[in-house]
Design a protein around this ligand. Sequence first.
Ligand code: HPA
Ligand code: MG
Length: 225
Amino acid sequence: MEDIVLQTQRGSRGIVIDDDWPGYSLELFSYPAHYTGDLQCVVVPHGVIMDRTERLARDIMDDLGDNDIVVLCVLKGGYQFCADLVDKIKALSCSSDRTIPMRVHFIRLKSYLNDQSTEDLHILGAEDLSFLAGKNVLIVEGIIGTGKTLKALLKHVEAFQPKMIRVAGLLVKRVPRNTASPPNYIGFEIPDRFVVGYALDYNEYFRDLNHICVISDSGKMKYKI
Ligand code: HPA
Ligand code: MG
C-alpha cells in the first residue's frame, strides 16, 4: 500500500503565475467573437499550455515509461488536457525506445455552481472501477481548486486497490484552504481567481475557448444561473 501514498516526485509547482500578474490583453489573441466582453484577460495562452503539456508528458514518460497505465480522465474539465497529454505521450512512445501502453477511462465529477464549490460531489461513471486493482493509475484533472474534489476522488479510487496512483493537474490554484496533497505533475500554479477555457467552464460556457482566461464580472452576470 505504500506505493499508493502520493509523492510530488519532482517537487515542482509548475509554472508559477503570481497574484499580481495582470495577464495578457485579449486584444493580443484571437478568441470566439461570442465571448466578446465576457473575459478580463488571458492567463495562459493555448500555445503555452501545449508546450508545458509536452514537458509533463516527458516527465511522466521518464517516471513511468515501460509500465502499463490506466489514464483516468476527470470530465468534463479535464478532457482537453487529457486528450493533449495522451497525444504527447503517444508521440514520445513513437519516437523513443521507451513506451507507455495506456488505457483511457473517463469519470465525471461535478461540484461547482456558478463560481462556487458546492458540498455535494457527484461521481458518475465510477461505479465499478474494480479493473483498477493492481494497476498504475494516472488521474488527469484540469484544475485543482479547494482540493476537496481530488481528495474525495483519491479516496474513491484507492478503495479499488490500484498498485500506484499518480495525479496530473494542469492548473493548481493557490487556495489557502487547500488541504489536499499537490498533484505529482503540475502544469501551472495560478492565483485564486475563477478561470475558464481549455475545457474549464462557468455553468457549461467557455469550454469552447482555447486559452485559459479570467472571466469578467459582466461574463459572470450573463451566464449566471
Ligand atoms: N474554473 C472552472 N472550474 C473550476 C475552477 C475555475 O477556476 N476552480 C474549480 N473548478
Ligand atoms: Mg465546472
